[in-house]
Design a protein around this ligand. Structure first.
Ligand code: ACO
Length: 326
């Protein structure tokens, strides 16, 4: 059997500006109480208009490289999960490659919305097994503030900006990525989408009609989130031949505290073993899991030998999971 790949280092970066629920009360018809009760979110970090997401992604990547004691030149591959890259093309991964000086890497972006990080981890793991890559950077970075309709209270209260990164390398023992799973169902793409693209290119008319902002049917997305994350976690546990009791920590996608608690309950996982930071960051899309992973390692919630479940869902619909032993 080939050795597993493992996470050698993690890092994250968020913009300094914090947007509180109290500020949102002055922007749309909402209240702090509604946002906290329905989503669990108290604040989110928001990038300054015109700032480059690639800078945030690069900062997260540098921290992950430092933690992994790895130089940029050692990186063979950079994958970035994002739907809000600096430009339509080239990929943000190429921009980050230049900023890091990762001159020996191949680099590409991956579009799986909130599932972008775990899709990236799955693909990185597979390419390492087949191409012999020794050091891979998987980054997730999103600036959803750039595509939110700030007059739409249904969506603008939910999202935040941020970036997280991990460095992968071959494990020296049987620890590492024990299993992973990716899945999609395009038939529900209209539940959560941004129509701005080649079908509706930027024009005054299209921008005025909000054709470049997020559309979401929140209640339906919520329902699908529970079903798909349940499928994903079940599948990753089965592939690793583990049960929910074997998990020392579960890090679910941080979209809504009620979805997070719902998943924990379905698998009868002690709430103390379910990581939550949605209150401080909001939903940073693909970046929620690597940000939480970095925090959990830094604050001792993950210790050597611990088995951690990662599970997400997002637009597409897409859903994904991974079991990692540290
Ligand atoms: N403030 C006050 N009232 C609001 C707000 C707001 N910000 N937003 C909506 N409402 C109102 C609605 O208009 C509705 O009013 P009505 O009954 O008069 O029509 C009422 O609140 C209830 O709306 P619901 O949609 O039923 O509220 P719900 O309890 O479902 O919570 C929420 C809404 C938070 C959006 C929830 O459905 C949810 O979290 N869904 C999943 C969203 C999600 O996770 N999206 C991202 C997933 S993928 C990714 O991460 C990119």
């Amino acid at each position: 059997m080939l050795p597993h790949n493992c996470i050698l280092g993690t890092g994250y970066a968020v913009p300094p500006r914090i947007l509180t629920n109290a500020e949102l009360e002055n922007m749309v018809d909402t209240t702090d109480q509604w946002i906290v009760e329905r989503s669990g979110i108290r604040q989110r970090h928001i990038a300054e208009p015109g700032s480059a997401l690639s800078d945030l992604a690069t900062a997260a990547a540098r921290r992950a490289l430092d933690a992994a004691d790895t130089s940029a030149e050692q990186i063979d591959l950079i994958i970035i999960g994002t739907v809000t890259g600096d430009m339509k093309f080239p990929s943000m991964a190429c921009l980050v490659q230049e900023k890091l000086g990762a001159v020996n890497a191949a680099a590409f972006d991956l579009s799986a919305a909130c599932s972008g990080f775990l899709f990236g981890l799955n693909i990185a793991d597979s390419l390492m097994q087949t191409n012999g890559y020794q050091r891979v950077l998987v980054i997730a970075a999103e600036m959803l503030s750039s595509m939110v309709n700030w007059q739409d209270r249904n969506t603008c209260v939910l999202f935040g900006d941020g970036a997280g990164a991990v460095v992968l390398g071959p494990a020296s023992d049987q620890r590492g990525l024990l299993s992973s799973y990716i899945k999609s169902d395009g038939s529900h793409h209209r539940l959560l989408y941004n129509p701005g693209g080649s079908q509706h290119p930027p024009s005054h008319e299209n921008v005025d009609s909000q054709l470049s902002t997020i559309n979401m049917e929140g209640r339906e997305v919520f329902r699908h989130a529970i079903v798909s994350m349940t499928d994903a976690l079940h599948e990753a546990l089965k592939r690793a031949d583990l049960t929910p009791d074997d998990l020392d920590l579960l890090i679910p996608h941080q979209a809504n505290i009620r979805i997070i608690e719902g998943i924990g309950k379905r698998f009868k996982i002690d709430p103390a073993k379910v990581y939550v930071n949605v209150d401080r960051f909001g939903n940073t899309s693909a970046a929620t899991i690597p940000i939480a992973l970095n925090e959990a390692l830094a604050n001792g919630r993950i210790k050597p030998g611990d088995t951690v479940g990662l599970v997400t869902f997002g637009a597409g619909l897409t859903w994904s999971s991974c079991i990692v032993q540290f």
